[in-house]
Design a protein around this ligand. Structure first.
Ligand code: IFM
Length: 407
């Protein structure tokens, strides 16, 4: 399909949220009561250390977001800071996040807040985290506490970030804490995260009434390798149902909007192999065939902006507002990001033209950050960070947001 025409490509509705996303552990630094920190000190993971020192530099970062033309930010609150010991709620952490959220507001940024973006307080990790029912209850209590104490400062709520990616990375592939490789446990953790989301949803609604709540869900665009090959089509269909719709359907009655994280394009070729595609981290049936001539990010991920359009059209069936809660690429040289952004924004306007109830786009990420087990190597930021000096430098690609017209 052709990229939509140039004239219309950057027109968005007046109230459209154009933002960037980040998560606490990846940018704040010194998240010392978390399971990640624990494993980093044990030498199992790259050390996050001071990360981007966003914990102290948040006013500067939000100012930069505003200066490149953004009107919204998605951040996460760190559970390990709010509840460093079981049942001990840290009022200083609450005060800190209050200031962070107020600073966003002062900058004119709409505030989308994620409650859990993969890190656990160490005390909960010691008890088995989301392997257990206790994890679900603990999350409900945490959500209630945040709603009670920070609720007035939050515009849009995201309970969980990419729950299935978490389960796969931590329990199937075993390269994230707690480094397990157990398919049954993977399944159990996914089911417990479904329940955790519901517990969080109920708690927030109970505390605050009708505020908008969703999750940030990982989606991939699955296409049949042979467009006329029935088995390839069936493979793509099954991959889509499991990868994109299973979790969503389980929480359908418990979400006010859909949060779409889009990074992966997979072409599905039928085979008897059933498993994980190593490069694209997606659980699926069949074999992935990725054309080598396709453009890729620094991490080798195929870049396919058009996929976001097809996913958006597909999600129309849920009849819920949609936010792109993450989308981006690692591109240190900033050579592929300009085209990627331009095409992505164009596909979004096309989806809007097709009547998709799309309310916002959050690019991953505002600044370079700690990319989990890949450490500080991959550069996802609209803003470059010099980790030695903590100096920020706006990448040229970020200028595109100034070209957007809202009407
Ligand atoms: O950095 C991650 C983020 O934490 C979750 N979504 C994908 C991003 C890029 O890998």
């Amino acid at each position: 399909m052709e990229t939509p025409s140039q004239e219309t490509k950057f027109q968005f509705p007046n109230d459209f949220l154009m933002g960037a996303a980040a998560s606490a552990h990846q940018v704040e630094g010194n998240n010392i009561n978390s399971d990640w920190w624990h494993w980093e000190q044990a030498g199992k993971l790259p050390k996050s250390g001071a990360a981007c020192d966003h914990y102290n530099r948040y006013p500067e970062d939000f100012g930069l977001a505003r200066s490149i033309g953004l009107n919204a930010m998605r951040i996460s609150i760190e559970w390990a800071r709010i509840e460093p010991k079981e049942g001990r709620w840290d009022s200083k952490a609450i005060e800190h996040y209050k200031k962070v959220l107020q600073s966003m507001k002062e900058q004119g940024l709409t505030r989308m807040v994620t409650l859990w973006h993969w890190t656990l307080p160490q005390w909960l990790a010691d008890k088995g985290g989301f392997e257990t029912k206790e994890g679900i209850e603990a999350f409900g209590r945490y959500a209630w506490f945040v709603a009670q104490n920070l609720g007035k400062e939050i515009d849009l709520w995201v309970t969980l970030n990419e729950p299935e990616v978490y389960a796969m990375a931590s329990y199937k592939r075993g390269h994230h804490p707690p480094f397990k490789k157990n398919l049954l446990l993977t399944r159990k953790v996914v089911d417990n995260l479904i329940e955790a989301h519901k517990a969080g949803y109920r708690a927030i609604k109970q505390a605050l009434g009708p505020v908008p709540i969703g999750i940030a869900k990982n989606f991939a665009y699955f296409e049949a390798y042979g467009k006329n090959n029935l088995l390839d089509r069936l493979t793509a269909y099954i991959a889509d149902r499991i990868g994109n719709h299973y979790f969503l359907q389980k929480i359908e009655q418990y979400q006010d909007f859909i949060g779409l994280n889009y990074y992966f394009y997979n072409r599905c070729k039928f085979s008897w192999r059933h498993g994980m595609d190593e490069m694209n981290r997606n659980f699926t049936y069949g074999q992935m065939k990725l054309d080598d001539q396709l453009s890729r990010s620094d991490m080798g991920w195929v870049l396919h902006p058009e996929g976001i359009y097809h996913l958006l059209l597909d999600l129309k069936t849920y009849k819920k507002p949609i936010y792109i809660t993450e989308n981006g690429l690692a591109d240190a040289a900033d050579t592929r990001r300009p085209k990627f952004l331009s095409e992505t924004l164009s596909w979004l306007t096309k989806a809007l033209d097709q009547g998709v109830d799309l309310r916002g786009y959050f690019h991953w990420s505002l600044t370079d950050n700690y990319e989990w087990h890949d450490g500080f190597g991959p550069r996802f930021g609209l803003i470059e960070v010099n980790y030695a000096t903590q100096e920020r430098k706006i990448r040229p690609s970020a200028e595109i947001f100034k070209e957007i017209k809202f009407n």
